[in-house]
Design a binder for this molecule. Structure first.
Ligand code: ZN
Length: 251
């Protein structure tokens, strides 16, 4: 069975469409949260994501936009974008965000696989470094945890003695590419498929991943998308211009 993993779309419809068009055949879709915030197409992204029949877990931007989290925890640009998104969303989409599940969530039909936005310890924690990954990896009973939040594609693995971090290596800066990584049955993993709509690893391409639970192979993917169109929408919506320029830098 193949699981399509998407996370941190952040209202970037162009990036989402590019990922879905490039995604190989899959049996289920998992969305690790932050559907909205930053970008200019929140309703379109929510409708497209909801129609995929996905298993969801909520992100901090999803919570902030629908009023479940205080905007004082956000930087000024993120808070502005969250307020704009709240105004823009249909009442039905706002209600749907409020009902999104708190992570970690067990993925039905896949024993030992769980989903969370930030960390299995706290849904709002950032797992960036090996040090950040120690507690969540050693404390959680799941063998594979899929997470997002940092917008950094990669994984952490442990044999309960050593812990290592891996980032996919790509050869180009503007083409569609994949990077395969076999997960070993005897190890435990924290896997971040990357951000669809606002990557922060210096690579502007939309990021996602596919996990084949039979072969154990995880495939990280990067795809180019209509950057200019996503940027134009942000500027036309009078959102902070920095939200448009940062997309080109992948920061
Ligand atoms: Zn995010």
């Amino acid at each position: 069975m193949r699981i399509l993993l998407i996370s941190d779309i952040h209202s970037n419809l162009e990036a989402l469409e590019a990922c879905l068009a490039a995604a190989p055949a899959h049996d289920v879709v998992v969305n690790l949260g932050d559907l909205v915030g930053y970008g200019a197409s929140p309703n379109e992204v929510m409708e497209r994501s909801r129609a995929l029949g996905t298993t969801f877990v909520r992100g901090n931007h999803d919570k902030a936009v629908c009023g479940l989290m205080d905007l004082k925890d956000f930087n000024p640009v993120a808070a502005l974008a969250a307020e704009w998104t709240r105004e823009e969303l249909t009442p039905e989409n706002l209600e749907w965000l409020r009902a999104m599940p708190h992570g970690p969530v067990d993925l039905e039909g896949y024993p030992g696989v769980q989903l969370v936005h930030g960390s299995p310890i706290d849904e709002d924690d950032y797992v960036v470094t090996v040090r950040d990954a120690v507690e969540p990896l050693l404390m959680t009973p799941a063998r594979v945890t899929f997470f997002g939040h940092t917008h950094l594609q990669g994984l952490f693995e442990t044999n309960n003695v050593q812990l290592e971090a891996f980032r996919p290596a790509y050869k180009t800066v503007g083409q569609s590419e994949i990077s395969e990584f076999p997960l070993r049955k005897e190890l435990r993993y924290l896997v971040n498929p990357g951000s669809v709509g606002q990557p922060r690893d210096g690579d502007w391409r939309a990021g996602f991943a596919v996990y084949d639970s039979d072969s154990g192979v995880l495939t990280f993917c990067r795809v180019p998308y209509s950057l200019q169109s996503a940027q134009d929408r942000i500027l036309a919506a009078n959102l902070p211009p920095r939200l448009a320029t940062r997309l080109a830098m992948g920061r």
